[in-house]
Design a protein around this ligand. Sequence first.
Ligand SMILES: NC(=O)c1ccc[n+]([C@@H]2O[C@H](COP(=O)([O-])OP(=O)(O)OC[C@H]3O[C@@H](n4cnc5c(N)ncnc54)[C@H](OP(=O)(O)O)[C@@H]3O)[C@@H](O)[C@H]2O)c1
Length: 396
Amino acid sequence: MSTATPVQGLAILGSTGSIGGSTLDVVARHPDRFRVVALTAHDKWQRLLEQCLAFRPDYAVLVEPAAAARLREALAGTGIRVLEGSAALLEVAALPEAPLVMAAIVGAAGLGSTLAAVRAGKRVLLANKESLVMAGPLVLDEVARSGALLLPVDSEHNAIFQCLPPTVSGQVAPGVRRVLLTASGGPFLRRSAAQMADVTPDEACAHPRWVMGRKISVDSATLMNKGLELIEAQLLFGLTTGQVEVVVHPESIVHSLVEYVDGSVLAQLGNPDMRVPIAHALAWPSRIESGVESLDLVRRGSLGFEAPDLERFPCLGLALRAAAAGGSAPAVLNAANEVAVDAFLGGRLNFTGIARVIEDVLDRQPVVAVRALDDVLEADREARALARSALRGVTG
Ligand SMILES: NC(=O)c1ccc[n+]([C@@H]2O[C@H](COP(=O)([O-])OP(=O)(O)OC[C@H]3O[C@@H](n4cnc5c(N)ncnc54)[C@H](OP(=O)(O)O)[C@@H]3O)[C@@H](O)[C@H]2O)c1
């Protein structure tokens, strides 16, 4: 009798991004385990074309119709079906032939397809933290209803997952006192608030440890990324805000820690390379090669830990405020942040203005209960409108 692991179909949502590329890198090392069924992107059709030719998926999706037309022409005769529009993302997220779905679209744009994969009962490898921040309780209800499995890809949450006994998403593991969420501190860890005022988008995206997409790179520089992750950790592991503590760890070797009531602290360590958590989530509960070199602790030398500075990094405090308020507040925080970061990347707002825009929106938009997806989408729409009007008043 053969004991070989059956080949599993995989859909990668956001395949042209940083996480998407790292996922394909791991998958290429294991052609006997994974078959790429669908790849998706927004409009980078040439990058998607290269990926289609290398991995031969059944489906390729581009949200932008004009880009889809170019890709369709380039793939004529290959048998790869090219779909277009946001609805096609939901379609490929739910394909029965792809029981594994990597949710790696950036921002609120990933919510619909993440939900579609969850509703279809998939094993969802969750990189798109924004969907959980926006609609966490609704996503977790759908997980419970469909029997889907959420496997965290964010390195910190993947580390926590590895340090916890197996539990269902959103449920508290017995004996956990708290979780220590590590943060690199980003490229401006040692800069004063005044020095941060005129940093450029390229400086903000030059992360000292991780190579990532531009939106998450800016979030890492403001520490909003850690705030979003704090909300994500609460939801995934059923923790209170007080049970999640952020610790700055500039070397990014310890990816997070779990403290138990007996004082034991378990940590997961590894080189800062997203292929580690991606390989873990792809193969769980097995282990597969990720292509990442062994951790050399002697060469790394000492590891440092310090408290985050909420004065210089107000975005983390704003996320704590939204986490404590609950209801629509995390969705509002996320939407305002997306508008502000986009304005910063587009040269329309300076770096320290990001927090000001978000604070303004949180001050102005009342918190409401979230009972259905429409409540989330309405809060998101209103927050984006408020953020755009705040942008006009904030020059930096
Ligand atoms: N990068 C990391 O190391 C890292 C670590 C932990 C968590 N994450 C999370 O993983 C997610 C992806 O991050 P990333 O750094 O890989 O982002 P990225 O490099 O910017 O890639 C984003 C992907 O999403 C697609 N996309 C963008 N807008 C879209 C839209 N409106 N509709 C459909 N697809 C769209 C992009 O397509 P185009 O290429 O065509 O624009 C691309 O494939 C984020 O939620 C991030 O927080 C990332």
